[in-house]
Design a protein around this ligand. Structure first.
Ligand code: OOB
Length: 530
């Protein structure tokens, strides 16, 4: 296992292998068998492009060889920031084959996040596109490279400017040693914690199992067509079963630019999509617009998760669209619970279903770590064959983020129904869940405190009709309070991703504090919603 990662205890790892959860698969092998037996079979669709299994495999091998010539190899970290595209998948497969480790940044990330990811992982390369939504990522790359001694290479899809075009990275395939299935395959970003984003090592064994188990739970097989409407770099669309799970099953992954109904509905019809993933905030929009745009979504399995789903929204979508809704509780850290497509619809509307794996341990505990009585609310702590045992290079943080016996403290408040389904009722971690996009309060607070007009600050969620939650910054100013527009501009200037900018500002003379001197966010939240 890579230095800086925490493995599963030996006895547990042996059990997961013996019981067939971990089968020694490596992610670089995804699609390999079909490349030989049925090379023309469609693996990926992006816009008008269709890529067969044979071509995907060849391109991944050529890119792996080209990256190797440039000195990229086993355990090297490569920050990957690409939109949903053929290149994204080819790059991931090529890095898996090399045993190099993709660090999956989201398209919305900017200099603060990318800089941190490169520095924290001592990345040797950053792989990105020339520009996105009018923002020049080559400029960002130049800034980050100047600050990050480890960063030797920047590869760019599109016009490379001063860097290397990804299209130039190409060489005849060479035999490569097979990575150890128990080793880290890539890193996902944690949705929420204090301070800077934490990195989640996912192993070949654990992720291959997640792909297999989620595909089985969703009834996704070789005839399945998965639509990635969310960023493919997010766990929900990457591997639940997502894009990688579609390849593993021998199906097709369709890569969309966004979950906007016109694009998504067109692709559902044209490609005969069988499965997709949505954050709850999009479900009312899909329900409203399907009849207007004449879309037939009946029979489509829609995995909804990532944030609170209201039963009314779920019921309406099922009744009016005829979709088969499944409700997911998932975390990039690995744990998953979900309802199954054949469950009675009220189960998906009201619960997050059952743990993915029979080997998962989902414990509901009180403040002292003791299990709560059956059916009562407590914090969910989890362990299992997909759940990490430690964040990357975060020993101090890990000491608090896990229980003494190594289970992850999720920070989510849950209870069990009498029939064994999980219900998420709230959260104790300091995260704003903005329609599924996670805004770590501590990270935004740290940036705001750097503003000369800000003396004290607390960032917390306020209810929002569309997104579920939005971000409010409560500021105690020095003389001359800054405006919301000024603060947003300030944070943008510091390179923070757009979705982390506060939506609202409240200026106050003082913040409430608890007895131990921490900002009393519970009291503040109550005041804000009163
Ligand atoms: C997914 O993963 P992350 O890592 O972006 O966020 C995890 C957090 C959870 O700890 C919880 O606070 C929240 O998102 N969450 C939900 C939820 N599903 C996730 N809160 C309420 N209801 C739900 N159904 O968000 C994610 C990963 C894989 C699949 C689906 C979602």
């Amino acid at each position: 296992m890579l230095d800086g990662c925490v493995g599963w205890p030996e006895d547990l790892a042996a059990r997961y292998r013996a019981e067939g959860y971990w089968r020694g698969e490596v992610l670089g092998d995804l699609g390999r068998d079909l490349a030989r037996s049925d090379p023309q079979r469609t693996a990926l669709v992006a816009g008008e492009r269709r890529v067969g299994y044979g071509e995907l495999d060849r391109r991944a091998d050529r890119l792996a060889a080209g990256l190797r010539e440039r000195g990229i190899g086993r355990h090297d970290r490569v920050v990957v920031q690409l939109p949903n595209s053929v290149e994204f998948v080819v790059v991931c497969l090529a890095l898996f084959r090399l045993g190099a480790l993709p660090v999956l940044a989201l398209p919305a990330h900017r200099r603060a996040e990318i800089g941190h990811l490169c520095a924290h992982t001592e990345a040797v390369a950053y792989l990105t596109v020339d520009q996105t939504q009018g923002f020049d990522l080559r400029k960002l790359a130049a800034d980050v490279r100047a600050e990050t001694p480890s960063l030797r290479e920047v590869f760019v899809v599109g016009d490379p400017g001063e860097f290397t075009a990804l299209a130039q990275v190409d060489a005849d395939p060479v035999p490569l040693p097979r990575p150890d299935p128990g080793d880290v395959a890539f890193f996902l970003l944690s949705g929420g914690s204090t301070g800077v984003p934490k990195l989640i090592p996912r192993t070949h064994d654990d992720y291959a199992y997640q792909l297999r188990a989620t595909a089985a739970a969703m009834g996704f097989g070789a005839d399945g067509v998965y639509l990635a409407a969310l960023p493919a770099a997010h766990n929900a669309a990457f591997g639940c079963p997502g894009v990688l799970g579609a390849l593993r099953a021998g199906g097709t992954a369709v890569l969309a630019g966004s979950p906007s109904p016109d694009e998504a509905f067109r692709l559902v019809a044209r490609e005969k999509v069988t499965l997709t993933t949505l954050m709850p905030a999009f479900l009312p929009l899909w329900t409203d617009l399907a009849p207007v745009l004449g879309a037939d979504l009946s029979g489509l399995v829609v995995e909804v998760g990532g944030a609170n789903l209201s039963p009314e929204v779920a019921d309406r979508a099922v009744a009016e669209l005829g979709i088969r809704l499944t409700h997911f509780f998932g975390m990039a850290e690995g744990p998953i619970a979900c309802t199954r497509p054949d469950d009675p619809p009220e189960r998906a509307a009201h619960t997050q279903g059952r743990p993915l794996s029979a080997a998962d341990e989902f414990r509901v505990v009180d403040d002292t770590g003791e299990p709560v009585p059956a059916g009562e609310v407590g914090e969910l702590v989890v362990g299992g064959p997909t759940t990490l045992r430690g964040y990357y290079r975060a020993a101090d943080y890990n000491a608090h983020a896990f229980t003494p016996d190594g289970l992850l403290r999720t920070g989510d408040l849950v209870r069990w129904t009498p029939t064994g389904e999980l219900v998420v009722v709230g959260r104790i971690k300091e995260v704003v869940n903005r329609g599924g996009e996670k805004v770590p309060a501590g990270e935004v607070e740290e940036h705001l405190l750097a503003h000369p007009g800000v003396r004290e600050v607390a960032v917390l969620p306020v209810p929002d009709r569309v997104l579920g939650e939005k971000t409010c910054a409560v500021v105690v100013p020095h003389e001359g309070a800054p405006t919301l527009a000024e603060l947003r501009e300030f944070l943008t200037g510091r390179g923070l991703a757009g979705y982390k900018l506060p939506d609202r500002l409240q200026v106050r003379a003082a913040l409430p504090y608890t007895g131990v001197g921490k900002v009393d966010k519970r009291a503040l939240a109550a005041e804000l919603t009163a």
